[in-house]
Ligand binder design. Sequence first.
Ligand SMILES: Cc1cc2nc3c(=O)[nH]c(=O)nc-3n(C[C@H](O)[C@H](O)[C@H](O)COP(=O)(O)OP(=O)(O)OC[C@H]3O[C@@H](n4cnc5c(N)ncnc54)[C@H](O)[C@@H]3O)c2cc1C
Length: 419
Amino acid sequence: MKAGRRQFLLAAGLLPLFRPLSAAGERVVIIGGGWGGLSAASHLRRLAPELDVVLVDRQPAFTSFALSNRWLVDPAAGNLVRHDYARLAQTWGYRFVQASVEAIDRAQRVVTTATDRLPYDWLILSPGIRENFAAWQLTDPLAVAELRQRHSGAMLNAADLPLLKKRLAGFTGGDLLMTIPPAPYRCPPAPYERAMLIAWWLKTQNIRGKLVIIDPNPVMPAFKSILLERFKDQITYLDHAKVRQVDVARKTVSTDIDEIRFDEALLSPPQEAADLLWQAGLIRRDEGGQATGWGAQAGFDFRSPEDERVFIIGDAAGLVSPLFGLFPKTGHVANRMGAIVARQIAVRVTGKSVPVVLPESVCYVLSSVDPLEQMRIETTYRQRVDGFLMQQVKQIREPNPAGEDVAWAAGMYRDFLQP
Ligand SMILES: Cc1cc2nc3c(=O)[nH]c(=O)nc-3n(C[C@H](O)[C@H](O)[C@H](O)COP(=O)(O)OP(=O)(O)OC[C@H]3O[C@@H](n4cnc5c(N)ncnc54)[C@H](O)[C@@H]3O)c2cc1C
């Protein structure tokens, strides 16, 4: 095998990298109790109960983004899903530490919080994303905090959704501005679903308001006619438009061409991997040495090329294939990554080899509540004969939706919330 190809396959996790040895009593520390971290924790308990599993998150509870767009505007939608970590830890038999991780010492294999030092044998990082307000010329922490408080698009933390719902309920007319982050960002169809449901809500509630969408990406073809034609009285759509500056006091957003005034806004700046990966030096650099903004990890086993004891999963993960780039940043993919990494670590305990498993993703997108209209986006992967990973995306219209989205979510939650 040629050295270059072997190097790529090794980096992609396709060639065996480590020898099995007994890992009983070893400790796995998982940072981030989102879809990725909770999946890794629950799968480790099932696959290797002899391991000491510690989950660390700065928040006291997990809140899910899934199905939240409908919840924002439809009083008949179910509740947000929220689970205390302490209770989850008890249910599954792992330990939970509520703390913000400040540093990772990979040489000593220790994670540091404000009050603790946690040694580890294996480290799983699933810290999600951070929002890059500096790209909008906002560097003052007080200005960023004010923007988040008054006009956050609530894409960072699902615990912010109740405040967004309250702000929307208080919108009685005028210009409601929404910015979509440049790709890649979490849950690619989510901002479009949110826009369609807000437009549906404005229309059916006879609110004399306009949703102004600033989108730096080309409009997603599947939603084009709904956004531009069906809701043409509710939506002004600016595609290929890039936000340059935001002035919260004057309630304006500047693009290359316009200055747009708003009465209420859902502002979501460009996204990147969470702070922790930057602090730990685990961000991927491109060939020119520039930080790509996303984690450096293999595409198949999610191991860091810097350190075989460290895995990076979930939305923080970066490039996986030169053919399509990154995995979609969905909870479904993060869940599958958590399970795959748990299997890698469990191999150390059992000594058995495991076949390569690839993630997949299913996303349900609503375009209207009454009548109910739904689309399913399925993303699958396969390995090409030359070792590269290929992606296939299918969009399927559900002609008569009957709760498939709720059933999908319940199935996912059984895997890591309620066994
Ligand atoms: C509006 C919206 C709708 C969505 N709908 C869907 C959907 O229907 N289906 C779907 O599959 N996906 C959906 N997603 C995407 C999904 O929510 C994300 O892909 C998923 O949350 C990613 O999981 P994660 O584990 O990578 O990160 P997160 O879920 O963000 O978890 C990261 C955790 O790490 C913690 N953390 C970070 N840094 C530290 C630190 N230094 N110390 C301690 N703790 C730390 C955070 O507190 C957080 O709890 C949606 C997203 C949005 C915004």
